[in-house]
Design a protein around this ligand. Structure first.
Ligand code: PLP
Length: 437
C-alpha cells in the first residue's frame, strides 16, 4: 500500500502490499501450465521460484484436477464435530508413512502459520499433560520465519526487517542462525556452527530448562536465511542439547519439506538429529488448495488424548476437499519421481548458478540443497560488503525478472543486517532444458 497519488488505492481494488508500491501495478494472472504462467496481456513467465516455494509439481496437473473434481462432487465440507472423513485418514497415513518411523500422527490445518501455531500448542498441551505447567517458552533462531500469525511471529526473528512487529518478535528468545558465508576471522564453518549451537545451550540454561517447551528451526533455510544449510555437526549438536534439557525439537519444513530438498523431509539428511515434530505446508498441496500438517510421534499425542484431546482446530482443518487434493499431489510427486529430479536437476542448476556467480560482480554466494537454493547479492565480492538498502537490489532484480518473464522470490524489505538474496526454487518438475533457460 502506498499513499502516493500514482499508487493510491482505487475503490474496490485489492490491497497489494508487495511490489506494486514500486511498480505502480502488478500484472493480472490469466492461466498457468507446468512451469509457465501467462498474464491477461498474453505475456509468458517462467516460474523460477514456484511462487513463494509452493507449486512443487507445477501448474495444471490433470490428475490432481481430476481428484479435485471427484472429491468436490462427493463432498467439499462436513463438520468434524460430527464426521470423520476418508481423505483426512488417507492423507495422514500417507504423510506419516513417507516421513518415516518416528512419526505416527498428522494434524492437518490450512497454512504454514497455522501449522506453527498447532505445533506450539501441541508442545504446550504435552507439557501440561505431563504436569510440567511452567514450560511456556519456545526458542527460535535469528533470523528466521515461521509465519504471519501472532504466535508464529513471536518465534520469528529479524526485528530489523520488520520494525512494525518487532514487539511481537521480541516475545520469545532467539539464538543465532549458523550463517557460514561471513565468518569471524580464523574460525571454521564447523567451529562457528557449533558455537551457534552452544548459544542455544546457554539460552536454555539462562531461561531455565524447566520453562522451555521447544526449539523451532528450519533445517534447510527458506527466505529468512536464503537456503542456509549448516554443517552436519550442527544438527547433531542441537538434537543433543534439546534432549539433554527435555526440550522438544521442532523442524519447520513448511518450505523445505514435501520433497523440495530431494528427500520427503529434509530432516532425512541428518538421521542422527530426528526432530520431535515437523511442520509441512506449501508443497504438500502445491498450491492447488490450502493445506498444512504437523507430524508428531505417539508419545506426544497419547498424553494429550488421555487428558481429553487436543484443544485446537480451525473450521477448515482436515477438510475433505483439501485432503483429497493433497493426496493426489503427493501421489503425483511420487509417480513422477520428483524427489530424484530435485536432487538431479537441483545439482545441475546449482552448478550453473555457481558458474554465473563466478562471472558476476554482485553474486557473492550460492547455497542450498536439492531444489531449495538462493543467491546472495553483495556490493563487493572480496569484502562481502552488503548492498546499501537504498539500492533496493533484490527488488530491482525481481522487477527485471518480471519485465523479462522470469519469476523470482525475494524478501519484501531491502537490505537488512544479514544480507539479501533471491530464492531459486523452481517446480520440482524442472527439466535440464528448463534449467538452462
Ligand atoms: N514457515 C516457513 C519456513 C515459511 O517459509 C512460511 C511461509 O513462507 C511459513 C512458515 C508460513 O506459512 P504460510 O504462509 O502458509 O502461513
Amino acid at each position: 500500500m502506498s499513499s502516493t497519488s500514482e499508487t493510491a488505492l482505487k475503490p474496490g481494488s485489492p490491497i497489494q502490499v508487495f511490489y506494486s508500491g514500486n511498480r505502480g501495478h502488478l500484472p493480472t494472472i490469466d492461466r498457468a501450465k507446468g512451469v509457465y504462467l501467462w498474464d491477461t496481456t498474453g505475456k509468458k513467465y517462467l516460474d523460477a521460484s514456484s511462487g513463494p516455494v509452493i507449486t512443487n509439481i507445477g501448474h495444471g496437473n490433470e490428475r490432481v484436477l481430476q481428484a479435485m473434481n471427484e472429491q468436490a462432487a462427493k463432498v467439499c465440507y462436513a463438520s468434524r464435530a460430527v464426521f470423520e472423513n476418508q481423505p483426512n485418514r488417507n492423507l495422514a497415513k500417507k504423510l506419516v508413512g513417507l516421513a518415516g518411523p518416528s512419526f505416527d500422527q498428522a494434524f492437518l490445518v490450512g497454512s504454514g502459520s497455522e501449522a506453527t501455531e498447532a505445533a506450539i500448542k501441541l508442545a504446550r498441551q504435552y507439557a501440561v499433560a505431563k504436569g510440567e505447567v511452567q514450560r511456556t517458552i519456545v526458542l527460535a533462531r535469528n533470523p528466521s520465519y515461521h509465519g504471519a500469525t501472532l504466535g508464529a511471529a513471536a518465534v520469528t526473528g529479524d526485528p530489523q526487517s520488520d520494525a512494525v512487529f518487532e514487539p511481537v518478535m521480541r516475545i520469545m528468545p532467539k539464538v543465532p542462525a549458523p550463517f557460514s558465508y561471513r565468518l569471524p576471522e580464523g574460525v571454521s564453518v564447523e567451529e562457528h556452527a557449533l558455537d551457534c549451537a552452544k548459544q542455544l545451550d546457554q539460552q536454555i540454561t539462562e531461561t531455565g530448562a524447566e520453562n522451555v517447551l521447544a526449539f523451532i528451526m528450519e533445517p534447510v533455510g527458506g527466505l529468512a536465511t536464503g537456503g542456509l544449510v549448516a554443517p552436519d555437526c550442527y544438527y547433531k549438536a542441537i538434537r543433543d542439547i534439546c534432549t539433554k534439557h527435555g526440550v522438544l525439537l521442532i523442524f519447520d519444513e513448511v518450505m523445505s519439506g514435501a520433497g523440495r530438498t530431494g528427500t520427503f523431509l529434509s530432516a532425512e539428511h541428518w538421521p542422527d538429529a530426528r526432530p520431535d515434530m515437523v511442520t509441512l505446508a506449501k508443497g504438500v498441496a502445491a498450491g492447488y488448495t490450502p493445506l498444512a500438517a504437523v507430524l508428531t510421534p505417539n508419545y506426544i499425542v497419547e498424553p494429550i488424548v488421555a487428558s481429553g484431546g487436543f484443544l485446537h482446530g480451525h473450521t477448515y482443518s482436515a477438510n475433505p476437499l483439501s485432503c483429497a487434493v493433497a493426496v493426489a499431489v503427493v501421489d503425483e510427486m511420487l509417480r513422477m519421481d520428483l524427489m530424484s529430479n530435485a536432487r538431479d536437476v537441483g545439482a545441475y542448476l546449482m552448478e550453473g548458478l555457481r558458474k554465473i556467480a563466478d562471472q558476476s560482480a554482485i553474486i557473492g554466494d550460492v547455497r542450498g540443497k536439492g531444489m531449495l537454493m538462493a543467491v546472495e547479492l553483495v556490493a563487493d565480492k572480496a569484502s562481502k560488503a552488503l548492498i546499501p538498502a537504498e539500492h533496493r537490489a533484490v527488488y530491482r532484480l525481481l522487477e527485471i525478472g518480471i519485465d523479462n518473464g522470469l519469476l523470482l522470490y525475494t524478501r519484501k524489505t531491502a537490505g537488512g543486517k544479514f544480507g539479501e538474496w533471491v530464492m531459486v526454487t523452481p517446480p520440482l518438475t524442472l527439466t535440464h532444458e528448463e534449467a538452462d533457460e
